[in-house]
Structure formats: structure tokens, C-alpha cells
Design a protein around this ligand. Structure first.
Ligand code: NAP
Length: 277
């Protein structure tokens, strides 16, 4: 299994699975649980969730799918910005742990910037870490200036990851953020790496998928994963999608593929504000 080394020295799978929109509808719960179980069977042991998803419902789906398999799992959840005060972060984490039926998170992220001072949230993260309730912490949707500000806060350099939008159709982080994170040894976790689906209908992707006898989803993911130090967390609740995406790990895009993709989805020519889903 391909992995990415964190600034803690720990290795995590380069391909994980996301859970946004899971836990929202009772009738889809069984297929969501099955998809997560299949991902774990395949060795995709990184699951990304958040208190926001399904109002905690996604965390409950994750708990069901991972029962008895906690030790191999790298479990990521997120705190809402409006809960990210010193005390609120700790309470939100405890609620997430309860829903996830576990005693610890591997990574706890601030979902996006809100009105609480970063210093306050970081202090709460460090308290949770000291108590063994989280093993590491990070941020999400932080642009270049946000990351610089974070680095200046007490304890801010302990940030493990910045989770940001990154796919063929949204390449803005290639201008500077990606390099800044790399230089600071902060793992970039690419969310919506399939562009939430419609991207996969683009003819350039289809042509390369046909050439490699795989699914356009695998091409889109292999393209994200070609970047060293980047983890991708596609969401899939259909078993066929999980299997198709898994093939990205074995897919090597050649220089001709990359040229065709650059022509269809050009890299940024100037700095643009970080896009969000
Ligand atoms: P995504 O992973 O880019 O796309 C998910 C969509 O693609 C689902 O509709 C899924 O369908 C479909 N799909 C999956 N594999 C496919 C394949 N091989 N062929 C065709 N369709 C396929 O979008 P996302 O859910 O927005 O992003 C992934 C994860 O990132 C989220 O679930 C969440 O954990 C995280 N995220 C974080 C933030 C943040 O602010 N930090 C924002 C957005 C997302 P099925 O489900 O029907 O299989």
C-alpha cells in the first residue's frame, strides 16, 4: 500500500475514503457501511469524517463499519468553526469520540476558519493531545496566509495536515500552497479529488481511462496522488466505485497522459484564493 510520511514520522495510506453525505438517509446506511468495510478490506485504512456530516450521522456510520478494526485505522474528524473555542473544541471532540465509539482520533481538524482565535483552537487541540484523545491535529481550507498565521501561533508548528480542495478542475493550490505545505512538512489531504463526480465525464479523462483499461475515477485519483506527500480521500458509497478508485494505486500516468491532462485542465497561471467545496 502506498503511504505518505507525516511530520510525526508516522506513515498513513496515500488513498483513504471520505464520508460527506453519508449518515443522512437511513435507507442508504447499509450500503455506506458496506462501502467503508470494503475500503478497509482493501487496505484503505484512512477514513475522513466530521461532526458536520449528517449532523454526526456519518460518524455513526463510521463506527458501525469500523467496529473491531480500530487499531489499523487512521481516523480523521473535524470540529465546526463555531465550536472551535478552547472549551467548545474539547466538548465537540468528546461528542465525536462517543459517536465514533472510540477513545481517540488520529487526526482532528479545524474544518475551516471561523471567528475564534487560532491560538485558542490550537491550545484546545494540544490539550486534547495531552489527554490522549487525539494523536495529532490539523486544519482544513487554510490558504497561504492562514498557514503563515498558524505557524506564528504558540504550538502552531505542530500542525500535521491541511485538508484542501484539489482535483484536476481545481488546481489553484499548485501556485503556492502545495509547495509551502511541503516545505513545512505538512501533509496535504486532497478533498473532492473526483470533483464530486461530474469531472469524471470529461472526454480527456475518459480517453486516458480507456488507454489504461480503468475507470476515469482511477485516472483522476492517480493524477492527484502523483504529487509527493499528498493523500486523497474520495467518497464512494457504491462498492463498484470503491473498487474502481482502489485501482488508482497501481496506475502510473505517463508523460503523454499528464500532457493531455494539462491541456484539458490547465495549471494555474496566477495566485487565486483557495477554492472550497
Ligand atoms: P468526491 O470524493 O470528489 O466525489 C464523491 C462523488 O463521486 C460521490 O457522488 C460518489 O458516488 C462519486 N464517485 C466515487 N467514485 C466514483 C467513480 N469511480 N466513478 C464515478 N463516480 C464516483 O467528493 P467529496 O465527497 O466532496 O470529497 C471527498 C471527501 O472529502 C468527502 O467525503 C469528505 O470526507 C471530504 N471533504 C472535506 C471538505 C472540507 O471542507 N474539509 C469538503 C468536501 C469534502 P457514490 O457515493 O454514489 O459512490
Amino acid at each position: 500500500m502506498r503511504s505518505v510520511e507525516l511530520n510525526t514520522g508516522e506513515k498513513v495510506p496515500a488513498l483513504g475514503i471520505g464520508t460527506w453525505r453519508m449518515g443522512e438517509r437511513r435507507q442508504e446506511r447499509a450500503s455506506e457501511v458496506d462501502a467503508l468495510k470494503l475500503a478497509l478490506d482493501l487496505g484503505l485504512n484512512l477514513i475522513d469524517t466530521a461532526e458536520m456530516y449528517g449532523d454526526g450521522g456519518a460518524e455513526e456510520v463510521v463506527a458501525e463499519a469500523t467496529a473491531g478494526r480500530r487499531d489499523k485505522l487512521y481516523l480523521v474528524s473535524k470540529v465546526y468553526p463555531h465550536n472551535a473555542s478552547r472549551k467548545g473544541t474539547i466538548r465537540a471532540c468528546e461528542r465525536s469520540l462517543k459517536r465514533l465509539r472510540t477513545d481517540r482520533l488520529d487526526l482532528y481538524l479545524l474544518h475551516w476558519r471561523g471567528s475564534y482565535r487560532l491560538a485558542e483552537t490550537v491550545e484546545a487541540f494540544e490539550t486534547l493531545k495531552g489527554a490522549g484523545k487525539i494523536r495529532g491535529w490539523g486544519v482544513s481550507n487554510f490558504d497561504v496566509a492562514d498557514m503563515r498565521e498558524l505557524a506564528g501561533v504558540a504550538g502552531g508548528k505542530n500542525c500535521v495536515s491541511n485538508q484542501v480542495l484539489y482535483h484536476l478542475g481545481a488546481r489553484g493550490i499548485e501556485w503556492r500552497l502545495l509547495e509551502d505545505c511541503r516545505n513545512s512538512h505538512i501533509m496535504v489531504m486532497a478533498y473532492s479529488p473526483l470533483g464530486q463526480g461530474p469531472l469524471l465525464k470529461q472526454p480527456a479523462l475518459k480517453a486516458i481511462a480507456d488507454k489504461h483499461a480503468c475507470d476515469p475515477g482511477a485516472v483522476a485519483l492517480a493524477w492527484v496522488l502523483r504529487q509527493p506527500g499528498v493523500v486523497a480521500i474520495p467518497k464512494a458509497s457504491k462498492l463498484a466505485h470503491v473498487r474502481a478508485n482502489f485501482k488508482a494505486l497501481k496506475l502510473e500516468l505517463d508523460s503523454e497522459d499528464c500532457k493531455r491532462l494539462d491541456a484539458a485542465f490547465p495549471p494555474p497561471k496566477r495566485a487565486t484564493p483557495l477554492a472550497m467545496a
